[in-house]
Design a protein around this ligand. Structure first.
Ligand code: PLP
Ligand code: COI
Length: 363
């Protein structure tokens, strides 16, 4: 893929506006550039890196009306050698194409996605933040640009990658366990729908539920299946719990649960974590009684943005509260977090190929 570069004048702005040692929050900042590529006449074309800025989009663009748009979330980390490394970026590229397939969007070859991401990180590497837990958050997305109001797949798309120097997703970071609202009113996905994809519309549909969660003092909703029997996942992360014997349980992936790359990593790491990690169907009633009996001692969420987010309590819509253990961050959760983030930061050797060096070409 031959990428064209338009790097001026953005590179000169960076040092004036960006102090890499301040707390940058999650997803607030942008780097100077973005990667763009278009799909027209049946092929992906015109790969380019240009200054970050607004798009020109037709008011009738299909993405704006019918939500034909998918995205990914990945991270890159700076290691002690000063170099930047992506984490399992091949899995994100694969999943973008799975999501694209669910929304009738043409696939974009995975190596092209990875080359695009590496080229963009290379030119914007000076934006790497320095706070604890810092990363360059990578947001690739595809949206339908054809200007047409009939409901059928667009024949034109744009693929964009943008970067956000970021810290933890939840403002309290890892130290404070969050509360989740267990809702019987809101559902994220139904079988046969788009739940297993990162379709933009899934997140629009979660906003009202997020508002309801906040009214209960909860960070997010823990979604149940359509029959309110099984635990599925949270709006931006998979769910897990830890049994007294240290086993980690993640709900089985179905077509209503996003196949989290973080969950898959924890499943793959079983041995390094020194405990059994497995997937099961998790029934809500059993889950609650196991917390009450002390069989379940910790719980939380797994996600790229959320990393490992400890859950200290659950609240039901009738205000009943169930506290997990003593409500604080447990030892198992701390260990999972440390092993995962040490691999990401290059402090611990993970499985072959998980971290990939971003080669220096322009900067
Ligand atoms: N579930 C949902 C609905 C998500 O949006 C995310 C975030 O990407 C996850 C789970 C976690 O997936 P991953 O670990 O691949 O980021
Ligand atoms: C991620 O974890 O990367 C996500 O995409 C979640 C996002 C909704 C913040």
């Amino acid at each position: 893929m031959q990428i064209t570069y338009n790097l001026k004048p953005a590179l000169e702005r960076r040092s004036e506006q960006f102090n890499p040692t301040t707390n940058v929050g999650f997803g607030n900042l942008r780097t100077d550039h973005m990667f763009l590529m278009d799909y027209r006449d049946g092929e992906w074309c015109d790969p380019r890196i240009v200054p970050y800025g607004p798009f020109e989009v037709a008011p009738g663009a299909i993405a704006l009306h019918y939500g034909q748009s998918v995205f990914e979330g990945a991270k890159a980390f700076q290691h002690d050698d000063g170099e930047i490394y992506t984490f399992r970026i091949d899995k994100n590229a694969e999943r973008l194409n799975r999501s694209a397939d669910i929304l009738c969007i043409p696939a974009l070859p995975e190596q092209m996605q990875i080359d695009a991401i590496n080229a963009l990180i290379d030119v914007d590497r000076l934006w790497f933040p320095m706070q604890e837990g810092a990363c360059l958050y990578i947001r690739p997305f595809i949206f339908a640009t054809e200007d047409r109001l009939s409901v059928s797949p667009s024949e034109q798309y744009t693929f964009c990658v943008m970067l956000s120097p970021s810290g933890p997703y939840y403002s309290d970071g890892f130290d404070k366990a969050i509360r989740l609202l267990i809702s019987e009113r809101f559902h994220r996905a139904v079988s046969g729908g788009t739940g297993a994809s990162k379709a933009a519309g899934n997140y629009a549909a979660s906003l009202k539920a997020g508002k309801a969660a906040a009214e209960y003092g909860a960070a997010q909703v823990l979604y149940l299946d359509a029959n309110n029997k099984q635990i599925e996942e949270v709006g931006a992360m998979n769910h897990f719990h830890v049994l007294k014997d240290g086993s980690i349980i993640i709900p089985k992936f179905t077509d209503t649960i996003l196949k989290s790359i973080t969950s898959q990593s924890i499943l793959d790491l079983g041995e390094l974590l020194g405990c059994e990690v497995r997937q099961e169907t998790v029934m809500l009633d059993q889950f609650i009684s196991d917390i009450e009996s002390g069989k379940i001692i910790e719980a939380g969420g797994f996600g790229t943005a959320a990393v490992v987010s400890p859950v200290g309590s659950y609240i039901f819509e009738d205000n009943r509260v169930i506290t997990v253990g003593d409500g604080n961050v447990g030892e198992h959760t701390k260990r999972i977090y440390k092993v995962l983030t040490d691999i990401q930061k290059g402090l611990l050797q993970g499985p072959e190929g998980w971290v990939q060096h971003v080669k220096r070409v322009h900067v």
